[in-house]
Design a protein around this ligand. Sequence first.
Ligand code: ADP
Ligand code: ADP
Ligand code: ZN
Length: 209
Amino acid sequence: MSSIVLFGPPGAGKGTQAERITTSTGLPQVSTGDMLRAAVKQQTPTGIEAKEYMEAGLLVPDSIIIDLIRDRIKLPDAQAGVMFDGFPRTIPQAEALAQITAVSHVIAIEVPDERIVDRICGRYSCGNCGSVYHETFNPVSNSGCECGDFIEKRRADDNKETVKSRLSAYHEQTSPLADWYDNKGIFHRVNGDRDINLISDDILLALKK
Ligand code: ADP
Ligand code: ADP
Ligand code: ZN
């Protein structure tokens, strides 16, 4: 069993790509951001603690994230590996992950900082099925979402103010992971500043290496 990591700045397209390649890989998407938002909504102790960090655009403490992943990876659907989206985001998280499960590929979706604000501020999703859309770059079709029941949902942290701190957190705490994984020979860079389908093709190619 072996897992995949989708790596990149906020708004790079990790969730979008995870959605698209999950049928090809057969691996379930595990998004720590989605898990945290669910915990916040349910007001669990984890959610209550995580909320202020998320609203401020800061990373949630490693211990909380590692506990979430440890529990998630025990579920039956994770036994053949998973596709991590937005995890790991720090070196301690990557070290903990190495103890929990094997990672075969880390796919870095590269997008320049100046594109990120537009990506994040135009993002919305379907509140019914979770599909991710964009006002300009990937709008929901006139006939609505594929799930048949479109409800527009925006994230509380998708605004100009938090984007700055989220990008700083990425450059300071997350981007050092690129070298960490590169040294292990499993790091693959993909140009994320292109058409969504071309990026998916490149990711599927990289996964064959
Ligand atoms: P984005 O789409 O901007 O990359 P995510 O949904 O992955 O956002 O994460 C939203 C927020 O949840 C982050 O800004 C951070 O506060 C928290 N978060 C998600 N994953 C992690 C993680 N692996 N480590 C620490 N904080 C995390
Ligand atoms: P992440 O999970 O990395 O935070 P998302 O997949 O949520 O990123 O994408 C962020 C926003 O950018 C969404 O609104 C999405 O529709 C849009 N998006 C994703 N990929 C592309 C792309 N290649 N070109 C333009 N917009 C994109
Ligand atoms: Zn939907």
